[in-house]
Design a protein around this ligand. Structure first.
Ligand code: UD1
Ligand code: CA
Length: 449
């Protein structure tokens, strides 16, 4: 039997002071919501339900962009976490396995922790709660234990002085058989200090029904929830330091780890060397042995084995850099393929293009891909050589082994092996350079200027 993940994401997030729903704020380049959804993916959840409310349309669009099979249910009034879970009852009515409830604003719950909860469920515990030892228990719900048995969860607002002294707290993550979960959630009332339907109340209700309840304990860091911009920045720092450590443990050299920023989905092979101040946006893969120099900005690109990028290069979505290719300083590549060993070393823009194997693109070459309305492609053949400061006005093809003289404006195709010259012819006036200089110097002495 499979597992379903139910993500609560209806809350407003008042303390973000934002016009955007809280779960759409980005951590490591992805909306907070996606981090929770990815945890579900990593435990191979068969069904993903997202409970939306504030900014429902935008949250739903984001959920479907991450997983087109995600089902969003509306919680039009936020009456509490149990009420939120109840909204998932209809789309879950045919689901026979276990359900895990997580929060959309809590991005760090590890898949291994969820697996541990599922294992306790599989071993026969009916309701499994994820707890943690809080350094500052504050407003967290307290887990009331008797030995290893979880008796109930008390919200801080409703707790006695003695209960408040408990430091084992509720993370909010719950795992139970789906049918059991919805049956329990239906019986939750709202007779408490907040007048809300509390999901944690299912623990007490489960015990009244003679069901078993248990706790899995995780590190407090995993339960970190984002409520403010400060929390978001702190979470980013946590994400980045973990990503840097993981990269180094996987065999990546970071010469100055604290200045490298990874995205949630960055994939980097062994023996890649990354210099200082490199930023990875979403969807970047770097293969074994590639080198990324200082101050590069990479997004939506694939860098093959042994390629060398930067320093100061910008790779935008659709950049496909072939094996041992070279992209040098102040070069921007967008939606373009560089085949094996191709070189674009200095001050270039290559967009909507393909560059053949071992082709050499000189300094300052620009593919003019945009006519103000449409985008057009530039195709450059194997071993072609494009002289410096040339403009290739797309759509245009430069053949294999073709040579384009420096300073060209190329508007017509260049056949394989041809030399294209497209600039005004040079004229030399005998001795005139020297004579002109002498005249200018003489004028200066006279004080004419
Ligand atoms: C909840 C738990 C508390 C736990 C804490 C951990 C309850 C009653 N309390 O408290 O025991 O220690 O989390 O962080 O569950 N949400 C909805 N719809 C609602 C209410 C909430 O979707 O009607 C979502 C929120 O957007 C949020 C999550 O559920 O992502 C948690 O809600 P929140 O109000 O923050 O719960 P806490 O009071 O923090
Ligand atoms: Ca909260």
């Amino acid at each position: 039997m499979g597992t379903a993940i139910i993500i609560l994401a209806a809350g407003k997030g008042t303390r973000m002071r934002s016009d955007m729903p809280k779960v759409l704020h980005r951590l490591a380049g992805a909306p907070l919501l996606w981090h929770a959804m990815r945890a579900g993916e990593q435990i191979a959840a068969e069904r993903t339900i997202v409970v939306v409310g504030h900014g429902a349309e935008a949250v739903q669009a984001s959920a479907e962009a991450q997983n087109e099979d995600a089902v969003c249910v509306d919680q039009t009034e936020q009456l509490g976490t149990a009420h939120a879970v109840l909204q998932a009852a209809a789309p879950m009515s045919d689901f026979e396995g276990d359900a895990i409830v997580v929060y959309g604003d809590t991005p760090f719950i590890a898949p291994a922790t969820l697996e541990e909860m599922l294992a306790l469920r599989a071993a026969g515990t009916d309701v499994v709660i994820l707890g943690f030892e809080a350094k500052e228990p504050g407003l967290y719900g307290r887990l009331i234990m008797e030995g290893d048995t979880l008796l109930g969860i008390v919200e801080a607002k409703d707790a006695s002085g003695e209960q408040l002294s408990v430091s084992l707290c509720n993370s909010g993550v719950v795992c139970a058989n789906a049918a059991t979960l919805f049956s329990l959630v239906k019986s939750v009332g709202n007779n408490n200090a907040s007048g809300e339907y509390y999901l944690p109340d299912i623990v007490g209700l489960a015990r009244e029904r003679g069901l078993s309840t248990g706790v899995v304990i995780c590190e407090e860091e995993e339960t970190l929830g984002i409520n403010s911009r400060g929390d978001l920045a702190a979470a980013e720092a946590v994400f980045q330091s973990t990503a840097r450590r993981d990269a180094m443990e996987a065999g990546v050299t970071l010469t100055q780890p604290e200045s490298v920023y990874f995205a949630f989905d960055t994939v980097i092979g062994r023996d890649v060397v990354i210099g200082p101040n490199v930023v990875f946006g979403p969807e970047v893969t770097v293969e074994t042995g590639a080198e990324i120099g200082a101050f590069c900005h990479l997004e939506g690109c694939h860098i093959s084995a042994g390629a060398r990028i930067g320093p100061y290069a910008r790779l935008r979505p659709g950049a496909e850099i072939g094996p041992a290719a070279r992209v040098g300083n102040f070069v921007e590549i967008k939606a373009a393929t560089l085949a094996e060993g191709a070189k674009v070393n200095h001050l270039s823009y290559v967009g909507d293009a393909s560059v053949g194997a071992a082709a050499n693109i000189g300094a300052g070459v620009i593919t003019c891909n945009y006519d103000g309305v449409f985008k057009h492609r530039t195709e450059i053949g194997d071993r072609a050589f494009i002289g410096s400061n040339s403009a290739l006005v797309a759509p245009v093809n430069i053949g294999a082994d073709a040579l384009v003289g420096s300073g060209a404006v190329i508007t017509k195709d260049v056949p394989d092996g041809d030399l294209a010259l497209a600039r005004s012819a040079q004229e030399n006036k005998a001795g005139l350079g020297k004579r002109m200089m002498q005249r200018l110097r003489a004028l200066k002495i006279k004080g004419a200027r």
